[in-house]
Ligand binder design. Structure first.
Ligand code: GLV
Length: 331
């Protein structure tokens, strides 16, 4: 029987062609929206699937998709996977680390700069014909170079941001993470571990790059916002749900912090309506890894995982590697 692979969302035609050389491919180049039911039904006969972070692989999907053996996420984060359920069903999950690290770190800096220097707000002012004169205080923002950056989450992307901050912008970098980097890595990143309260109190800019999990849900709520400087900015590059968006919108409106830059949102693509009305926030639609080169590398890595799995029984970047060594899959 031929192997069926579903590609959940539109993707590079060349990557789809590559997969077609190996599999019966069902693509979604028309970008049909999925309902929970149609998504589950689409996987009924699938042996493999290429997902994005917006495509849930949960108990319901797994129970229906009896042939499914591999879910290749085109994302480094994989909180769309119910990993314990996948492991129990013997389904391997893969992600796309490394290929997006530097691109995402670049974007973290872009969002930090845009937020601190009020770029979106000032562009909107110009486009709407309000610019009449030069003024000493017009869109005066917050200094970036030489200031203190606090990074919560110090994986590969956090480290990339720290290097940019310390080496390129002469920033003092504080970080908070479950595990501390080696002294050599701290020196390379120019970063110092501190507890979360110290980071929130001392940072001029707080950057979130921690993976989403039950443990990191609402890492930043009203209490944390209250600990930040009134001049501080908050950048969320990580996942929706790490920040309580309603509490953030309120803090921004009341100017309890200066500004925020958000690439991810609780319940995205829906954005909390209060965030859409406050002006001191830069909003982008989850595009931190979006350069053509990096998105192509992500798609090819996800495709490589599918091909390697069905050709050789192994994958390049597993997130539940134990499944590969377990006796034949599916309970
Ligand atoms: C994007 O959010 C990713 O996890 O790659």
């Amino acid at each position: 029987m031929s192997i069926q692979v579903v590609i959940a969302r539109p993707n590079f035609p060349e990557v789809i062609e590559r997969l077609k050389q190996h599999f019966d491919v069902i693509d979604n180049q028309q970008d049909r929206p999925w309902t929970p039911q149609s998504w589950s039904e689409a996987l009924t006969h699938a042996d493999g699937v290429m997902t994005t972070g917006a495509d849930p692989v949960n108990q319901v999907v797994l129970t229906n998709a009896k042939r499914l053996r591999i879910c290749a996420n085109m994302a480094v984060g994989y909180n769309n996977f119910d990993l314990p359920a996948m492991t129990a069903h013997g389904v391997v999950g893969t992600n796309t680390p490394d290929v997006l690290t530097e691109t995402t770190a670049d974007f973290g800096f872009a969002l930090l700069m845009a937020t601190a220097r009020r770029i979106s707000e000032s562009e909107h002012f110009l486009r709407s014909g309000q610019w009449r004169e030069w003024r000493y205080d017009m869109f005066a923002g917050t200094e970036v170079h030489g200031s203190t950056l606090g990074i919560i989450g110090m994986g590969r992307i956090g480290q990339g941001i720290a290097r940019r901050a310390s080496k390129g912008f002469g920033m003092q970098v504080l970080y908070h993470n479950r595990s501390q980097l080696s002294p050599e890595m701290e020196a390379e990143c120019g970063a110092r571990w501190v507890d979360k309260a110290t980071l929130l109190r001392e940072a001029d800019h707080v950057m979130l790059v921690v993976p989403y999990s039950a443990a990191t849900h609402h890492t930043i709520v009203e209490a944390e916002l209250a600990q930040m400087k009134p001049t501080a900015t908050l950048i969320n590059l990580a996942r929706g749900g790490i920040v309580d968006d309603a509490a953030l919108a309120k803090a921004l409106k009341e100017r309890r912090i200066a500004a925020a830059g958000l690439d991810v949102f609780e319940g995205e693509p829906t954005v909390h309506p209060d965030l859409l009305t406050v002006t001191n926030v830069v909003l982008t639609p989850h595009i931190a890894s979006a350069t053509v080169k990096t998105r192509l590398a992500m798609a090819n890595l996800a495709a490589d995982n599918l091909i390697q799995y069905f050709q050789h029984g192994r994958v390049l970047t597993p997130v539940n590697p134990d499944v590969l060594n377990a006796p034949q899959r599916r309970v």
